[in-house]
Design a binder for this molecule. Structure first.
Ligand code: SAM
Length: 259
């Protein structure tokens, strides 16, 4: 068992059944599973979908899975790092995974930037789930919440106790369901600027949004203050109180240096 690869395997079939049921899988669906491990979840989703493409980084696990599923023609096992793998251009892909927690944010970031998926049911660390669905004015609200909610809706499905895994992780887990919006909240052409502004606003959480943006973007405070007011944002508030809609308004009025 390689803990550095986040190998905490599910041992409770009730949980795999509940995860599969949450993904609203149709018999015609192609499912991407990230990190199939021993294949407990793979088997469940393989029984109800047209095709499962399971991407596992660990060579030994991949070999075991190829043997386990040699008679299941609809289950394809690929030995790759998910972050370096290009998903097929099939429409309406679904992602189902008990994620390796050490790279869960990077994996979610990769999924969010794809345009050919509709649902992702993912098990993550409880604290990550809280951040994904957090609203403005809460401690958990930040860049991850905004990055996620710009592209999809987030629903908490259920918590999973650490006793459902072997070896037992130190943390509680949560299954979340992401549904991709038919149209992201931010235009593709404004995406880069929007995220630069959001990251700059959150760069100094204890400072006002005015100071944080001015420092990070290297723009005169008078200009930033004017643009914040144009976007109906108080210059003296902190980034964690600003809604996504307000960050979008700010992106529409504030030009930033190209760097
Ligand atoms: N799905 C199995 C289960 O529920 O029991 C295993 C889940 S375990 C939390 C995470 C799995 O992701 C491990 O099998 C690990 O080897 C694999 N993994 C870790 N990093 C990965 C990566 N970059 N790409 C693909 N798989 C990865």
């Amino acid at each position: 068992m390689k803990t550095r690869l986040g190998q905490n395997f599910l041992v409770d079939k009730n949980i795999t059944r509940k995860i599969a049921a949450s993904a609203d899988i149709l018999p015609s669906d192609t499912i991407i599973e990230i990190g199939p491990g021993n294949g407990i979840l793979t088997e469940e989703i393989g029984n109800i979908s047209k095709k499962v493409i399971a991407i596992e980084i660990d060579k030994t696990l991949t070999n075991n899975l190829s043997v386990k599923f040699e008679n299941n023609n609809n289950i394809i096992i690929i030995n790759k790092d998910f972050l370096r793998w290009t998903p097929p251009r099939i429409k309406k892909l679904k992602f189902v995974a008990n994620l390796p927690y050490y790279i869960s944010s990077a994996i979610i970031g990769k999924i969010l930037h794809l345009d050919n998926w509709d649902t992702a049911v993912l098990m993550v660390q409880k604290e990550v789930a809280e951040r994904l669905k957090a609203l403005p004015g809460t401690d958990d609200y930040g860049i991850l919440s905004i990055a996620c909610q710009v592209f999809c809706t987030v629903e908490k499905i259920f918590d999973v106790s650490n006793t459902c895994f072997f070896p037992k992780p130190k943390v509680t887990s949560t299954v979340v369901k992401l549904k991709r919006l038919s149209k992201p909240l931010i235009k593709k052409t404004n995406e880069k600027r929007f995220f630069k502004i959001v990251k700059s606003a959150f760069a100094h959480r204890r400072k006002t949004i005015l100071n944080s943006l001015s420092m990070e973007l290297d723009i005169n405070k008078t200009i930033i203050q004017k643009k914040l007011l144009e976007a109906n944002i108080s210059p003296f508030c902190r980034a964690e109180t600003v809604s996504i809609a307000s960050f979008i308004k700010l992106t529409n009025v504030l030009s930033i240096p190209k760097k």
